[in-house]
Design a protein around this ligand. Sequence first.
Ligand code: ZN
Ligand code: MG
Ligand code: ZN
Length: 501
Amino acid sequence: MKRRELLKGSLMAGVLGLLPKGVAQGAPQNTPYLGRRYRNLIVFVYDGFSWEDYAIAQAYARRRQGRVLALERLLVRYPNGLVNTYSLTSYVTESSAAANAMSCGVKTVNGGLAIHVDGTPLKPFFAAAKEAGKAVGLVTTTTVTHATPAGFAVSNPDRNAEERIAEQYLDFGAEVYLGGGDRFFNPEKRQDKKDLYAAFAQAGYGVVRSLEDLLRTNASKLLGVFSESHLPYEVDRRFQGVKAPSLKEMVQAALPRLASYRPGFVLQVEAGRIDHANHINDPSAVLWDVLAADETLEVLTAFVDQHPDTLLLLVSDHATGVGGLYGAGRSYLESSMGIDLLDGQRASFEQMRRLLGNSPDTPQVKEAYRTLKGVTLADEEAERVVRALRERVYWPEGVRQGVQPENTMAWAMVQRNAAKPDRPNIGYSSGQHTASPVVLALYGQGLRLVNLGLVDNTHVFRLMGEALGIRYQNPTMSEEEALEILKARPKGMRHPEDVWA
Ligand code: ZN
Ligand code: MG
Ligand code: ZN
């Protein structure tokens, strides 16, 4: 469009009163009800999971594994819908504002946990469930103190204050915490040298640090921390021998413990690294974390079948990436090649970076791509990766924000064309979260709903409340009020856009 036309367009908008409006302006309300109560609630969050991820995993399962995703079967037969994900002040949410919307029922500014930007704390749903006598479990593939689980349990102005959040977990007293994040519990790694493992043990938790310990312990309350930071990607756990429990194994440890509490339980399970793999634009890491989530979903639906007083709510908090399988070849007949080529990708870029170290040479980089990604790099592509790892020079230059060396590794092999047919035709729009609506699905007995339709993410709070008969209202804040506070915030304070993940 010409500059003159643009100008004319904006003048017209002014004349007609079509000036920019707030994020939620004009949104219609849709408030579907469940129509029955449950004793137990399981919330399964697919972090950063888009419909494009669904399409690729669905195609992979059918084409390469000869089976149908548990998620596809669930979507075909049970109530589901779409969720609008915007936060209080942005069309694009991050995980804490998304968690807050679902767990507190109100929109917040990106960056804090169960809190408004003026410091007003909110009561997260699992805190209310605990007050009502429910046992609580948090199980994730990220650090256990990460935004998605934490936003369901505790309040903190900074989602990245994970050392502090670990202490808040001790006070909160959930029955089961399973995930990663040794550096937030270990006295040798914490800034303040506090031994949180000892403190949890003192409070009656069985503290476990490996799959073997997890399988062996008979403690009823559990703190399981299985890696320094996040748990490994499923693709690395499965094909590279990186040791850690799978999401399914953690859930299998959590369920019988929680089910033994007579008043019932609430459990959040998070497939937390679908988001991370999408930030990196790493399609095989996305795929295998989605497949690991699907295996876990089978365990959860089987549990619901045996415990009909349980509701399973499956939801994504936002899309990330977004990496879509795109049309290739005449009549798009070569599109499926992208699915087949994923079979040659047997490691994440995270693992590849670990193996290459900070100063690999060009032949080492080419060999790593050939053996771990099934892709032959040109010399200049490999040289870019060498530079990215050694000098932290990111490429392409224009998209530095939120970019890590692994992104350069992903971009090095992204262009598929006739001369480079070994690269999957999966293209990413960014390394950031996006604004698109995401999945919401229910599984449980006696659901009279046929369909949920398009709902706001704050409605997840109301569905959870109806399921357990827990009703309360957190204080709301207007977008205008939040923007005023953000404008007045002193420089140097952490801003939401500094946060990724
Ligand atoms: Zn997220
Ligand atoms: Mg998360
Ligand atoms: Zn993210």
